[in-house]
Design a protein around this ligand. Structure first.
Ligand SMILES: Cc1ncc(C[n+]2csc(CCOP(=O)(O)OP(=O)(O)O)c2C)c(N)n1
Ligand SMILES: [Mg+2]
Length: 667
């Protein structure tokens, strides 16, 4: 192997120097932190150098310029590759000090790339496979946006993925979906080094990736990942293709470290001072740690500054658009909500309070969406093959297909994890508000991506229907029990469980307004009576919990309920009041928003001086927050069963009578 760098390159010395700058920064930063992954950045330095210097359309001075190419480091453990590139190309907030502080508290250079820490980090990666899937969402968003604004949208999505990304199951969902939609501006550079943590990849995998990707409708090229010319040619071909492309880049992990390269030993441990000294010799890099000679840094900075011509040309193109299109584009990218949406929502609430429909909340969600999708052109709906059950489709939405990206509805297929990750990619891309549905129980399939929505503060809306044993006959495999508690445990995720058509619209409004928080809407399959019969202009759900029905007599009991069980609480309230026991009902559509209220509001809502019972067709975990240890809970702490919904509620004792008994026992 030629350890001096690429075997052939139009300007081999310059290329080598530039690639070696990445290698040096990476091994030095990992060494200084005494923690991190030097192997991948050293192995992929040549590929990254070609990509950034010859192809990537970016402008470090305008990092959020909407028509930039997206670069996703799906193999997020190789974060030093990205940080090196950002520093070298001149992103202002990626200073040398940040590189020196790799992996330290408060540094922008976290162990894995974190969206929001520094510009140029397009997404959080590290959970293998998800970067690849999010990049599919970005590439989809590009096509959708180009179909709407063809004169100002035309960019590629480039991904570096490792063996691990391709081993993860989600990679199958991602490549299958990208191939189906012919996302030809998606180009994946696979770090084909045959090494992962446990050793050689052939300990665990042996499939033919070429045939795998081609079967999914991709183009495939294999190159020597240390040969700049080959890399360049393959990327050229990929850009011209009418299919997404995988470029298998044969590399040596830890390239340049003479004793450790090519072994799993360089995957995730510092090389050590001795090996670093030898690597410096091997690479022909005599400079001290963290020092990039001016001539080499200048070369990189030139790569960065030349991007300005693209962003300026783009701004001119935007200026040349008719004023209304410019305004639409800017509004879409900013993610703002149109001014008339609020009026439309109020009008809808007023009408629904009068009509008092007894819709299932999944149906209420669809009715809310009819209003929202009419006024908000940036929503992109979809479902993981449960459109007729999730009721996510509205008349405004035409299907998105490989031939026509002007539509607004995505048939995600049976790919829940993929759908969630694609939606993250779309949200990160900007320009759209994605929402997608499946059964609530399958939030488990999507959960790692929901977690990234929350961590990355993305407005992704999960429409999760069939939210309890109330779904009935499909039985315990389909009946969520612990899901509400489990999702409520997740930081920065709003879990909404509305009780009727009014609350459902209010929760949708809150989900749309939450620009930096994902929302999970937990919706019933079964019909529910309207509980909010008096119209209020205020969004009562905004406080998370509120007194829905005051006690007529002096309040001795407070009943807390969510979603489909609010009706049961109201029935129990009547019975208790008939027995002379003053009872109030508090609807709790969103725990997280209630947590944010001030102590006085919380106290007057919870009323600790009363006997407190909660009811929810889910597990009890956490409800002590509302009821106190002495309070009661009516719900289900076991798996459900297969039977008609009504029978299940009786069988598991989730009834108004149970509430009454629980209250009386404590009086
Ligand atoms: C979902 C997930 N599982 C496990 C890990 C832990 N992990 C980090 S890197 C890695 C191996 C990746 O191998 P590869 O992609 O080939 O990277 P290379 O060793 O070539 O740098 C593993 C298992 C992870 N980050 N994400
Ligand atoms: Mg590998």
């Amino acid at each position: 192997m030629n350890t001096n760098g690429p075997k052939s390159s139009p300007n081999p010395t310059q290329h080598n120097d530039m690639a070696n700058a990445i290698r040096a920064l990476s091994m030095d930063a990992v060494q200084a932190a005494n923690s991190g992954h030097p192997g991948m950045p050293m192995g992929m330095a040549d590929v990254a150098t070609v990509l950034f210097s010859k192809f990537l359309k970016f402008d470090p001075a305008k990092p959020d310029w909407p028509d930039r190419d997206r670069f996703v480091l799906s193999a997020g453990h190789g974060s030093m590759l990205l940080y090196s590139l950002l520093y070298l190309t001149g992103y202002k907030d990626m200073t040398l000090d940040e590189i020196k502080n790799f992996r330290q508290l408060g540094a922008k250079t976290a162990g894995h790339p974190e969206f929001g820490h520094a510009s140029g980090i397009e997404t959080t990666t590290g959970p293998l496979g998800q970067g690849l899937a999010m990049s599919v969402g970005m590439a989809l968003a590009e096509r959708l946006q180009a179909a709407r604004f063809k004169d100002v949208v035309d960019h590629y999505t480039y991904v570096i993925a490792g063996d691990g990304c391709l081993m993860e199951g989600i990679s199958q969902e991602a490549i299958s979906f990208a191939g189906h939609l012919k996302l030809n501006k998606l180009i994946v550079l696979w770090d084909d080094n045959s090494i992962s943590i446990d050793g050689a990849t052939n300990l665990a995998v042996s499939e033919n990736q070429e045939r795998r990707f081609e079967a999914a409708g991709w183009d495939f090229h294999a190159v020597d990942g240390h040969n700049a010319e080959q890399i360049e040619k393959a990327i050229h071909l990929a850009r011209e293709s009418d299919k997404p492309t995988l470029i298998a880049c044969r590399t040596t992990i830890g390239f340049g470290a003479p004793n450790k390269q090519g072994t799993s030993g360089v995957h995730g441990s510092p090389l050590g001072d001795e090996e670093i000294a030898l690597a410096r010799k091997e690479l022909g890099w005599p400079y001290p740690p963290f020092e990039i000679p001016t001539a080499i840094l200048d070369k990189w900075r030139t790569v960065g500054t030349k991007g300005a011509r693209h962003s300026v040309a783009w701004e001119n193109a935007l200026d040349a658009l008719p004023a209304d299109q410019q305004a639409d584009f800017k509004a879409a990218v900013s993610g703002s909500l149109p001014a008339d949406l609020e009026d439309a929502i109020l009008e809808y609430k007023r009408r629904i309070s009068e009509e008092a429909p007894n819709w299932a909340t999944r149906k209420s969600s669809q009715e809310a969406l009819k209003v929202i999708n009419d006024h908000l052109p940036t929503t992109i709906g979809g479902s993981a093959d449960l459109t007729g059950s999730n009721l996510t489709l509205t008349p405004q939405m035409q299907p998105v297909s490989a031939d026509d990206f002007s539509g607004r509805y995505v048939y995600y297929g049976v790919r829940e994890f993929g759908m969630a990750a694609f939606m993250n990619g779309m949200a990160l891309h900007r320009g759209f508000i994605p929402y997608g549905g499946t059964f609530m129980v399958f939030t488990d399939y999507a959960r790692p991506a929901i977690r990234l929505s929350a961590l990355m503060e993305q407005r992704v809306i999960y429409v999760m229907t069939h939210d309890s044993i109330g779904l009935g006959e499909d039985g315990p495999t389909h009946q969520p029990v612990e899901h509400l508690a489990s999702l409520r445990a997740m930081p920065n995720a709003n879990v909404f469980r509305p009780a009727d058509a009014i609350e459902t619209m209010e929760c949708w409004q809150l989900a749309l307004q939450a620009k930096s928080t994902p929302s999970i809407l937990s919706l019933s399959r079964q019909n529910l009576d309207l509980v909010r019969k008096t119209h209020t202009a205020d969004n009562l759900c905004a406080r998370g919990a509120y007194e829905l029905s005051a006690a007529n007599l002096e309040a001795q009991v407070t009943l807390f309920a969510t979603g489909s069980e609010v009706g049961l609480a109201l029935t129990a309230q009547k019975k208790l009041e008939n027995d002379g026991i003053g009872t109030r009902v508090v609807s709790v559509p969103c725990w997280e928003l209630f947590e944010k209220q001030d102590a006085a509001y919380k106290k007057e809502t919870i009323r600790p001086d009363t006997v407190r019972i909660a009811i929810e067709a889910g597990c009890s975990m956490g409800w002590e927050r509302f009821t106190g240890e002495a309070g009661g809970f009516v719900g289900i702490d076991s798996f459900g069963a297969s039977a008609p919904a009504g029978e299940l509620y009786t069988h598991f004792g989730i009834t108004a009578e149970a509430l009454v008994a629980a209250a009386k026992k404590r009086l």
